[in-house]
Design a protein around this ligand. Structure first.
Ligand code: HEM
Length: 220
């Protein structure tokens, strides 16, 4: 088989042209820059995933090693300062971007029929993004992280009736300990990312299936 035959051979079996046309070659209404924020959120999530995987190579999630692994990454690992910097500021930028994306959807009323489920998966995405920020903040295991999480988990624990239960689930006991660190690490690198990937899958499936809304008052 020569080179020119490879693509048609694969295309016939995998339907690559159909996938390309459905996902990328879609008709979109005339929109503006506010409509780029969903894609910007997606880009930031991918950056967080890549830099997070790189950090996980050197970060040690144990109470006696976590604190020291941060200066090690910053000073001794090649470009560790850059990777941690991108991950640190990327987290804040992602929260801001996702939030402004939500405001765009709200003020353009793009949550209305038939996009209600896109909105609901979006709300869950926002909560999961905040969950990533909350669990990631503890990982440096310094004074700021320890006390911020003490305060944060106390606030969650003040829910009437089930507050004590929530507090114990979050801390893995009555006080913050190595158990809390292990729990937050698992949530930060497994539970929330898995949830976010699944939610983005549904979110984007719906964006492609339904098509993007148009600017109110234009194209209609
Ligand atoms: C990690 C978080 C998120 C990612 C990666 C994401 C991604 C996207 C992308 C790529 C689009 C299409 C382009 C655009 O309109 O910007 C979109 C549209 C949409 N998103 Fe999100 N999104 C996220 C969070 C949210 C949140 C928090 C909400 C609302 C609570 C939301 C609700 C919607 C809705 C309703 C649409 C359809 C908008 C339309 O058709 O005009 N999304 N999202």
């Amino acid at each position: 088989m020569n080179k020119g035959n490879v693509f048609p051979w694969l295309d016939e079996r995998l339907g690559l042209t159909t996938i390309y046309k459905t996902v990328l070659d879609r008709k979109v209404p005339k929109v503006n820059w506010w409509f780029t924020l969903g894609s910007a959120s997606l880009f930031l999530f991918m950056m967080q995933a890549i830099t997070g995987i790189m950090l996980a190579v050197y970060y040690v999630p144990s109470p006696d090693k976590a604190y020291d692994s941060i200066p090690y990454i910053m000073n001794d690992v090649s470009y560790g300062w850059l990777i941690r910097g991108i991950h640190h500021w990327g987290a804040t930028l992602m929260v801001i971007t996702v939030f402004i994306h939500m405001l765009r959807v709200f003020f353009y009323a793009a949550y209305k029929y038939p996009r209600e489920i896109t909105w609901v998966t979006g709300v869950l995405l926002l909560l999961s993004t905040l969950g990533m920020g909350f669990t990631g903040y503890l990982l440096p295991w310094d004074q700021k992280a320890y006390w911020a999480t003490t305060v944060g988990t106390s606030i969650a624990g003040s829910v009437p009736g089930i507050g004590d239960f929530i507090l114990r689930v979050l801390r893995g006991g009555t006080d913050l300990s190595g158990v809390t660190l292990a729990r937050f690490f698992a949530a930060h690198i497994w539970i929330f990312p898995a949830l976010i990937i699944a939610l983005i899958g549904v979110h984007l499936y719906l964006v492609i299936r339904i098509g993007i809304s148009s600017v109110p008052g234009k194209n209609d």
